[in-house]
Design a protein around this ligand. Structure first.
Ligand code: UDX
Ligand code: ADP
Length: 463
């Protein structure tokens, strides 16, 4: 079976970049990305590809190359489903905010809607690929909907989790560590798996393409994210101990990372991990474990989240304590709002929670982030429902210029590791601030000694 037409439902952080790279690498395949959100599709079709809705280094160039050739963005969901042989589901699966499993389980309403829509429209056999991170056994639910509400056509369900990290999505997609494809072990399942393997084989060497059964593939994605997040919580736990004992967490991380069994990656102590995946996937894992009565397994993984929440709160507490136990009416400047550098995504960013804590202490927050819009920051705070939108907009001042954001502030907090922060004229910033001038480096990216020699009272994480 040769794939010539792909449809992807969901033009978000996963669907958009993934399909752009497939289209670039497979000019013989027509790739149509659809979304219910008209504005999002309009933005993907903006004649100036610098205005596409997702910022990722290298992405706008790929979109410029492939869009209109074999890459299309559209709101015509049914037409795209009807025409495609393969349908990727890349819709969002947030943590449930209501009902059973509230705050833990993944909300599958968007997935179910997709499955029903595919079942309604499909008049020929289709391969349906789960791309979104999903609880184990979701494929079964999708299959049941497709088989029982469809027009009698055959569906093969594959699990093909995405491992890209935001900020490096394009390089991750171009040079993946592995591609994972899970499918049925029936002859039809194997044909479907092979068809998808052939798509990726256009640019990924076959020894990096792993095929498994559906459940292994689904669980591998949750496990990978749980392990990565666990490393961060582990080093963050050590950061607190380092602060008490006089050890330096960066030195500890370097020392343990040189053990080839441990490895150096994902050992950077920080104000806490954010992003759309880690917390959601671990909560989901915890929920699944509990639903099978595996309470020790559930508690084990839940501790990763507990530690992360503690780290965020510990950072805001440290700011308050250091500023003589009161930040009321003090100006505190945040450099960075995104959950990591090189992305405009703010989902679960530590900045949101630290800002919330400090505003509760009646601080005035000023923010500069090179890529995050004013509306996004305010809507992140509004989403917490701690206070009204009006109160939030009074407590958060957003600047386009970092020097203006810092002027007259009592303290600066680094919340995102944007490279540009290391290139600032820190002496100039220091001179414009209230004294004593404090700098809380939640990412350990600045040079402590240099800043202290200027006059800053510098506090990093874990030293
Ligand atoms: C993650 C996984 O890495 C990716 O494979 C999966 O597909 C989606 O989830 P992402 O959330 O985009 O990707 O970014 P990642 O680089 O993993 O960073 C997540 C968070 O951890 C960020 O807030 C980052 O700043 C933080 N982090 C990362 C640390 O605090 N310390 C580290 O050492 C590494
Ligand atoms: P992710 O990080 O998983 O890509 P996003 O929220 O960035 O998540 O993107 C998911 C996209 O899926 C959103 O743009 C949303 O509008 C879209 N979406 C959700 N449900 C449907 C649906 N039934 N049909 C089409 N698009 C959908």
């Amino acid at each position: 079976m040769k794939i010539t037409k792909i449809c992807c439902i969901g033009a978000g952080y996963v669907g958009g970049p993934t399909m752009a790279v497939i289209a670039q690498k497979c000019p013989h395949i027509q790739v149509t990305v659809v979304d219910l959100n008209e504005q999002r599709i309009k933005d993907w079709n903006d004649p100036n590809t610098d205005n596409i809705p997702i910022y990722e280094p290298g992405l706008s160039e790929i979109v410029a190359e492939a869009r209109g050739r074999n890459l299309f963005f559209s709101t015509e969901v049914e037409k795209a489903i009807d025409e495609a042989q393969v349908i990727f589901i890349s819709v969002n699966t947030p943590t449930k905010t209501y009902g059973k499993g509230k705050g833990m389980a993944a909300d599958l309403k968007y997935i179910e809607l997709c499955a029903r829509q595919i079942a309604k429209v499909a008049k020929q056999n289709k391969i349906v690929v789960e791309k979104s991170t999903l609880p184990v056994r979701t494929a079964e639910a999708i299959k049941s909907i497709l088989d029982n509400t469809g027009n009698g056509v055959q569906f093969q369900i594959l699990s093909n989790p995405e491992f890209l990290a935001e900020g490096t999505a394009v390089t991750d997609l171009l040079n993946p560590d592995r591609i994972l494809i899970g499918g049925d072990t029936t002859p039809e399942g194997e044909i479907a798996i092979k068809a998808l393997v052939d798509v990726y084989a256009n640019w990924v060497s076959e020894d990096k393409i792993l095929t498994t059964n559906v459940w292994s593939s689904e669980l591998s994605k949750l496990t990978a994210n749980a392990f990565l997040a666990q490393r961060i919580s582990s080093i963050n736990a050590m950061s607190e101990l380092c602060e008490k004992t006089g050890a330096d967490v960066s030195e500890v991380a370097k020392a343990i990372g040189m053990d080839s069994r441990i490895g150096p990656k994902f050992l950077k102590a920080s104000v806490g991990f954010g992003g759309s995946c880690f917390q959601k996937d671990i909560l989901n894992l915890v929920y699944i474990a509990k639903s099978y009565g595996l309470n020790e397994v559930a508690d084990y993984w839940e501790q990763v989240i507990i530690m992360n929440d503690h780290q965020k709160r510990r950072f805001s507490n440290k700011i308050v304590q250091t500023l003589y136990n009161t930040v009321a009416d003090k100006k505190i400047t945040f450099l960075g709002w995104a959950f990591k550098k090189d992305t405009n995504d703010t989902r679960e960013s530590a900045a949101i929670y630290v800002a919330d804590d400090l505003i509760n202490e009646q601080a005035k927050i000023s923010v500069y982030d090179p890529k995050v819009s004013r509306n996004k920051m305010l809507s992140d705070l509004d989403y917490l429902e701690t206070r009204t939108a009006e109160q939030n907009s009074k407590s958060l001042a957003i600047f386009d210029d970092p020097y203006e954001a810092c002027r007259g502030s009592h303290a600066i907090a680094i919340l995102t590791e944007w490279d540009e922060f290391t290139t600032y004229e820190w002496k100039k910033i220091y001179d414009s601030m209230h004294k004593p001038a404090f700098l809380f480096d939640g990412r350990n990216i600045l040079n402590a000694k240099e800043l202290e020699s200027i006059g800053f009272i510098y506090k990093g994480i874990g030293s």
